[in-house]
Design a protein around this ligand. Structure first.
Ligand SMILES: [Zn+2]
Length: 336
């Protein structure tokens, strides 16, 4: 797949962007937001390529071979700026913004557009956001700023209010299914479906899950979770192992397991499970546990999720969760 291909679920968003060009009403700043894993960065990158392409006859995509396109492919286009959080701090710092603004004080090289993409824009710290805001307040001609985020609410209102907004929508299940089958022809349909559900229908995330075999890791963690419930594994020992799994989104997985379980209290065959492949096992839990108790546990997971944003040591959080899970199950009669 090249960056000139339109993604099948982004047709409306692409038309929206193209209308800015056709009607000559390009905004100064654009905020592209939506759930993680929908290909927002791809959409914006494709649009940037298009705007910077210097071919006279371009229609719906960058030509791919003009001097400007070649510079984009080599990641050396002088009018294109890309900002993202730097590891390990995972924030966009004021130094990054300052360097960017210094570069922008020069005039554009190709006399087309200058494009600044800020990915994960919500990770700008307060100082960075303030410095950036000053720049947003003084529009520069033929300069487009695109902020991308999956956590819209974490952006300062002062920044949001200065941007035009473009929400990227989650696609229909079947549409993504066929796209994933094209991308991953070696994967089984069952695995594709399981990854897609796990990714909450976000195609790029599902593709990542398929590529790095997230399903096996998820299954291994689920097995340990079962072992804790059945008092076969010590919660503290499992917590110790889980902390080392940097790639696993364990808390999100546990939340999805619990949400799926609660669905069985209302119907024997829920239509939309996050984990359809764990159907039987999750249903068995629902038969054993009190809904009221499960909801208390669910609250603990949600609180833990907030705490994980600010707390560095996750081990104590996992311990607390797994001990609660252990106690919850030991209070019930569990068949093994
Ligand atoms: Zn071109």
């Amino acid at each position: 797949m090249t960056v000139s291909d339109n993604l099948p679920w982004q047709v409306a968003e692409w038309e929206h962007l193209m209308a800015y060009v056709q009607q000559d009403r390009m905004p100064h700043a654009l905020l592209v937001y939506g759930q993680q894993g929908l290909g927002k960065q791809y959409l914006v990158q494709r649009f940037a390529n298009f705007l910077l392409c210097s071919a006279d006859d371009k229609k719906n995509a960058a030509c791919g071979h003009c001097p400007s396109c070649l510079l984009m492919q080599a990641h050396t286009h002088p009018d294109f700026y890309f900002l993202a959080p730097i590891e390990p701090s995972e924030i966009i710092s004021i130094e990054q913004i300052r360097t960017l603004l210094q570069g922008l004080s020069l005039t554009s090289h190709f006399n087309l557009y200058r494009i600044i993409i800020v990915n994960q824009a919500h990770t700008m710290n307060v100082n960075a956001a303030n410095a950036f805001l000053k720049y947003l307040e003084e529009p520069v001609e033929r300069t487009l700023i695109v902020l991308i985020t999956d956590q819209y609410k974490r952006l300062p209102a002062t920044i949001v209010s200065r941007c035009q907004k473009l929400p990227v929508m989650r696609p229909a299940h079947n549409q993504v299914l066929s796209w994933l089958q094209l991308q991953k022809s070696d994967a089984t349909v069952d695995d594709i479906k399981a990854c897609l559900s796990l990714a909450n229908n976000a195609p790029y995330m599902a593709l990542t899950y398929l590529s790095d075999d997230t399903l096996s890791l998820r299954n291994a963690c689920y097995k340990e979770w079962l072992a804790v419930a059945k008092q076969r594994q010590h919660p503290v020992i499992v917590a110790e192992q889980w902390v080392k799994l940097t790639k696993a989104t364990l808390l999100a997985w546990m939340i999805s397991w619990v949400i799926d379980m609660t669905k069985f209290y209302f119907t024997a065959q829920p239509l939309h499970l996050f984990n359809p492949d764990l159907n039987n096992s999750l249903q068995a839990f629902a038969k054993q546990l009190e809904l009221k108790e499960l909801i208390i546990f669910y609250d603990l997971l949600l609180i833990s999720q907030q705490r994980m944003v600010t707390q560095i040591n996750n081990q104590s959080i996992y311990e607390e969760i797994l001990i609660a899970w252990f106690n919850l199950n030991s209070a019930q009669k569990h068949d093994s």
